[in-house]
Design a protein around this ligand. Structure first.
Ligand SMILES: *[C@@H]1O[C@H](CO)[C@@H](O)[C@H](O)[C@H]1NC(C)=O
Ligand SMILES: *[C@@H]1O[C@H](CO)[C@@H](O)[C@H](O)[C@H]1NC(C)=O
Ligand SMILES: *[C@@H]1O[C@H](CO)[C@@H](O)[C@H](O)[C@H]1NC(C)=O
Ligand SMILES: *[C@@H]1O[C@H](CO)[C@@H](O)[C@H](O)[C@H]1NC(C)=O
Ligand SMILES: *[C@@H]1O[C@H](CO)[C@@H](O)[C@H](O)[C@H]1NC(C)=O
Ligand SMILES: *[C@@H]1O[C@H](CO)[C@@H](O)[C@H](O)[C@H]1NC(C)=O
Length: 339
């Protein structure tokens, strides 16, 4: 038992190291390839993507390929900016998840407001994964409440009828811990299950005005967004981009085309922002680089789920969970990342 756990933990750690080096190669990896980072700038473009990454991952984390696909497919200028926040998993300490998510929500709103005021002709797109998915939903619908043994401050919903809410073209989130099942925007075979925490009626009402431009994905067996679905395997939290990024990119590109057509109909002058999509790389701005820490993210979130559920129906993890294995995986991941 010990040996097989050790062996699989070792494999997990090693696969992180291998996968972190290349995109696209889905699973436990982050997308920080130069062609993706080159799209990062907050200059005014026709379409601008805000990205909230998952816990403990490098910017922009797992959503890099999705960003790239969308900007590649959009027939206009397009770039992205990261929502700046720590993305601490609860593994990093007691009560750290909530302040992290609060910061993401606050910064995300401010960044969207600032950008939309500075770039009034730009259409906004919002993506989020894991903790970042919760953050994105909190930005739009309002957030707050108990989760992962802490209490997140509440924030109001973003008004759909004024800037920046009125400039939102599309939003897609994947594997959110704070979610409610069976919404019109729920997608994936875990759609019928509440997350680690559910959204309040008020928060759902806050999301409702965005339902026509929102897709919220949850996989069955994802310990974060669908705890209690059996078998819960961590791969179900990693597989969103392998499974859904093509359809999400197609959906966003289609919406952008409709938007472009409408813009052309409304005015004869197709005056679009002059900025090109080819952005200056921010590789040298001290942003974190790809690392093996995403393993810790999922490991941690799964452990969080387990502890959060300790009083109720404790979910079973087929890949094992709990302090000693977590510490073991963390040790191996850190060791491997130093290779
Ligand atoms: C939270 O994340 C930031 C990086 O995003 C890191 O510097 C900090 O040490 C983390 N905090 C904890 C408690 O782990
Ligand atoms: C979602 O809807 C399905 C089908 O109606 C139902 O079985 C399930 O209990 C609902 N989920 C939640 C969390 O209420
Ligand atoms: C799911 O969450 C909603 C609140 O958003 C709650 O009304 C409902 O009872 C929950 N369903 C289950 C099965 O826990
Ligand atoms: C644009 O105008 C044309 C011609 O009037 C019409 O056929 C088309 O449906 C319009 N497109 C949109 C997106 O409104
Ligand atoms: C085009 O005009 C319609 C009707 O006035 C308006 O609802 C829509 O937002 C406009 N679209 C663009 C892209 O300006
Ligand atoms: C972004 O804006 C800055 C300042 O206006 C400008 O110097 C830079 O060339 C722009 N970058 C791109 C990629 O357009």
């Amino acid at each position: 038992m010990r040996h097989s756990l050790k062996a699989s933990a070792l494999l997990l750690g090693l696969s992180v190291f291998i996968n972190a080096q290349k995109c696209p190669d889905y699973g436990i990896r982050e997308c920080t390839a130069p062609e993706i980072l080159a799209l990062e700038t907050d200059n005014c473009t026709d379409y601008h993507i805000f990205v909230a990454r998952g816990s403990d991952s490098a910017y922009p984390g797992h959503q890099g390929d999705l960003i790239h696909l969308v900007c590649d497919g959009i027939d206009a200028s397009c770039n992205y900016e990261n929502i700046i926040y720590p993305a601490n998993s609860s593994w990093s300490g007691e009560g750290v998840w909530c302040p992290s998510a609060e910061k993401g929500t606050k910064n995300g709103r401010t960044q969207m407001q600032d950008y939309a005021e500075r770039c009034p002709d730009s259409k906004l797109i919002l993506f989020g994964y894991s903790q970042g998915a919760s953050v994105a939903l909190d930005i739009l619908g309002g957030g707050g409440g108990a989760i992962y043994d802490c209490e997140q401050d509440s924030n109001p919903a973003l008004d759909r009828s004024t800037v920046p809410g009125s400039h939102l073209l599309a939003a897609a989130v994947f594997g959110a811990p704070r979610r409610t099942a069976n919404q019109t925007y729920s997608h994936g075979d875990g759609a019928n299950y509440n997350g680690t925490a559910a959204r309040t009626e008020e928060q759902l009402a806050g999301l409702a005005p965005y339902s026509d431009v929102l897709r919220e994905y949850c996989n069955y067996g994802d310990p974060i967004c669908a705890p209690g679905t059996e078998p819960m395997v961590v791969e179900n939290h990693w597989s969103y981009f392998e499974k859904f990024q093509d359809e999400v990119a197609e959906w966003v590109i289609k919406i952008s085309k409709e938007d472009e057509d409408q813009g052309k109909n409304n005015s004869s002058s197709t005056s679009k922002s002059a900025t090109t999509a080819t952005a200056t790389s921010k590789l040298s701005t001290g942003k974190p680089t790809a690392s093996a820490t995403e393993t810790l993210d999922v490991q941690n979130n799964a452990a969080e789920t387990t502890s959060a559920d300790a009083t109720g129906t404790a979910p079973k993890m087929t890949w094992g969970a709990g302090g000693s294995l977590g510490a073991l995986v963390m040790g191996i991941a850190i060791a491997v990342s130093m290779l």
